[in-house]
Structures are given as C-alpha cells and as structure tokens.
Design a protein. Sequence first.
Length: 298
Amino acid sequence: MKKEILILPAHIIEQDKWDQCIAKHANGLIYSRYDYLSNICDNWHGIVIGDYEAVMPLPWRKKYGLRYFYTPPFIQQLGLTGNTEKIDLELLTREIRQFAWYGDLMFNFSNSGLAEAVKAKQKINFIITLKNGYDKIHEAYSHDLKQTLQKKHPGLIYTSENDFLAAITAYQQNYASRMPHIHTDCFSRFTLLCRQLSQEGNCLVRSVRNEKGDILSNVLLLKDNKRIYHLINTTITEGRQMHSNHLLLDQLLRELSGRDLLFDFEGSELEGVRTFYKKFGGYSQPYFHYTRNILKGY
C-alpha cells in the first residue's frame, strides 16, 4: 500500500517525529534536523510520508510572487530521509514539481532513484570511516600528503578550541568576498545554530597555531550520531606556506579515529579543494543536484 504524501509548512510539522526520522535512519543527516533548517532557511516546508516514516525538506523563497527552491548556505544535501521502499516516486516527483516553479534542491547520497526520476546530476563528496583507526586512515593517504607531513615545521601546535565565533569570523573575513551569495545575515544565523549545537557538545573547533600563538588554520565541525561534518575551514597565507592545513586535518583524523562515525569532507566541486581532500584517502559518496525548470518540464 502506497503511503500518503503531504507537504506541510514548518510550523505545522511535529518536530519530535521529524527529528526521530532523521536520527534513526542512515540517510538522515544533520542538515535535515528541524532546528538546523529553522535556523538556516529563509522559509521551508516539509514533505511527510505516512506517519513520518520518510521526510524531505523543501527550502524556498519567493520572487515576483512565484515560489522557487533554493540551496541555503551551510547545507550540503537534504533530500528524502527514512524508509523509502514503498514510496511512489512518480507521485513524489509530481508533488515536488507542483510546489515550486523553478530553483535548486540537493538530494542526499541515498536518493539515486529520485535523482534519476528528476534528471538530477551527481556532485562529489568524500567520506572517511573513522572506526578503521588512524593507522588504516593514514595508510590511505596519498604519497604526496605523506611527504608533506614528514616535513618539519617547528613551532606548529595543534589545539582544541571551543571558540566557534572566532572560527566563523575568520572564515567570513578571509572568504566572504568570494561568496557574495552568502550575506552577513546568513553568517549570523549560522552563528546562532553553532551556539545551540555547542551547548549540546556537537560543535567543535580545532586549530593549528604558530609559536607566537597565531592561528594559521582552523576548522569548525558539527557532529550528530552518524557523522562529523567538516563545515568551514580557514587557512591564512602564512599557513598555506607552512602546510598548516595538512597538519590540521591529519591531527584531527588522528584525534577522531576509532569513533563509530563517518568523517564528511563536504565536497568539493572546486578542483583545488577536491584534489586536496582526495589526498586523505576515504571514498567517494556522491549526492545529487536537482534543478527545477518548469519551462523544460522537469
């Protein structure tokens, strides 16, 4: 029997049931949690299938009175989460298309059937299995990375931090000009989200400092019951010259190794970043980019 498919505004959704669906399924990622969506998205509705047996967020905006999908900053992939075996993909696809005229949605790694139905394109992501332990993780490093890590850089210190605000500020100061679509308000929303997650013990910051105590590289990570997410990573010019980010991620993986979690690099489509992440081994776990275009019929 096919399950009923409803599209509900966020304030109507039963948060506990929604979050339970996200938490208990392997394809439930932190971005789809109710509070994450409510903090980051301008507006969102949710597809609810059956009694929250599967759910799917639909972030949206309006332009000229027309509703369109958009990809909120600090969210890599959303899509369908939960028990998807008995879902009528044809009906689901119709509901998605009727909800908005155009725009972009990111489907998660498990949504290959839905992606095929709507002609979505693959995007790149890299994953490391932390429970394999550091020795196996290090063994998979590229030869080039191993050589870089063997070079001595006296005075570089790996530190554990809790200052998520400093990490966000550094990222904004160094990279915001390259991302004009991410407005100051978006960073403010992300800061509020990180404050909430930090109180839960699910927002981590790690840095590499020089002998003067200056931060050369830092990374802000978010955590749930399945993954540690590599959200934002900043390296200043001096750090690039000293390969501080190589050291940072290596020591981070050493620290986190052995946990029954996945390390999620969050991409990337940028060739230089993608090449850097590939040096750390792991495996490719693609997700999907759907572009809604009513004029083209999909």
